[in-house]
Design a protein around this ligand. Structure first.
Ligand code: ACO
Ligand code: V55
Length: 279
């Protein structure tokens, strides 16, 4: 089911499908290079879906043979070469606002479905998503070094957070490409599957996430992103506080039923299955 009367335009497609919002960067003739128009629409989509009940899981992908060919080199770099700081800051601000500032802490679970080319600036929103599934033959590259910049827009940050020190330096310094299998082996994506299975596997993963208690899921994913930068003492306190928050937000009833099903009724084993609250 596609929506036609939403506040975004032709550079981003949004389809709602049983709790999953499929969000597609849509400039296939430009390999979904992220230009100012696409970035403005993406920011509106990300903002709108954060509180839209039709979006239980947010899936980010690209139209055609590309996930995204990075930032639009014409509209961001050539056009703004020599432009005043104010122009650079305003156009880049919109890009970063969705690419990591909002997406990294998104209240819904997010999955990047990497269907094809994924270059430079595309690493930022791809890594900002909680999980990522790639086509085995998708091609990734930090091509910045090939044409004369270093990976900014937090691409370097996204890279060192995912693929380790040596890999991060290697691909940043050489600009060599790698495929989806290698991306999975390095931990840049969770797994790589044949292109023909990509959508089904992503849907299956999204449905697994939709089955969880959403307050707990949100606390768990945000905690992972926060504790990375905390010491053990602060982390321990923070996690207890997060646990209390999730209970306060409605996880208690679900948890009580799950405990009863395991400890009393013996109808459920939490180690090997998911508790379905059938009310
Ligand atoms: N910025 C602007 N335009 C782009 C971009 C981009 N990042 N990527 C592709 N396009 C445009 C091309 O200019 C071309 O436009 P045209 O049809 O008007 O001439 C169109 O998309 C198709 O591109 P081709 O190169 O013809 O497509 P092909 O399928 O042969 O190659 C590939 C695809 C490998 C992705 C190639 O387009 C490419 O190398 N793109 C640049 C990738 C890149 O280095 N991105 C920047 C990363 S750094 C950063 O994001 C800051
Ligand atoms: C880059 C990416 C950006 C940006 C400036 O990798 C430079 C280069 C993701 O956004 O704003």
């Amino acid at each position: 089911m596609t929506s036609h009367n939403e506040p975004w335009g032709e550079n981003v497609l949004v389809e709602f499908d049983d709790g999953i919002a499929w969000v597609t960067m849509n400039r296939p003739e430009k390999r979904n290079a992220m230009n100012p128009a696409l970035n403005e629409e993406m920011l509106r989509v990300v903002n709108a879906l954060a509180t839209d009940d039709r979006c239980g899981v947010f899936v980010l992908t690209g139209a055609g043979e590309s996930f995204a060919a990075g930032m639009d080199l014409k509209e961001y770099f050539r056009v703004t070469d020599g432009a005043p700081d104010t122009v650079l800051l305003s156009v880049r601000r919109i890009a970063e606002e969705w690419q990591w500032r909002r997406l990294r802490d998104y209240p819904k679970p997010t999955i990047a479905m990497v269907n094809g080319w994924c270059f430079g600036g595309a690493f930022t929103p791809m890594v900002a998503c909680d999980l990522a599934i790639a086509a085995q033959d998708a091609v990734f590259g930090l091509s910045e070094i090939n044409w004369g910049i270093l990976p900014a827009g937090n691409v370097t940050k996204a890279t060192i957070e995912t693929i380790g020190y040596r890999n991060a330096l290697y691909y940043t310094m050489t600009g060599e490409t790698f495929d989806g299998r290698k991306a999975a082996a390095m931990g840049l994506v969770n797994e790589a599957v044949p292109l023909e299975r990509l959508r089904d596997r992503t849907r299956e993963l999204a449905r697994t996430l939709l089955g969880k208690n959403q307050a707990v899921l949100r606390g768990a994913k945000l905690a992972m992103k926060r504790v990375k930068y905390m010491d053990w003492e602060v982390s321990a306190d923070y996690l207890y506080a997060k646990l209390g928050e999730a209970l306060h937000l409605g996880a208690a009833e679900n948890r009580g039923k799950a405990m009863k099903a395991f400890l009393d009724d013996k109808t459920f084993r939490p180690g090997v299955e998911h508790f379905q609250d059938t009310k």
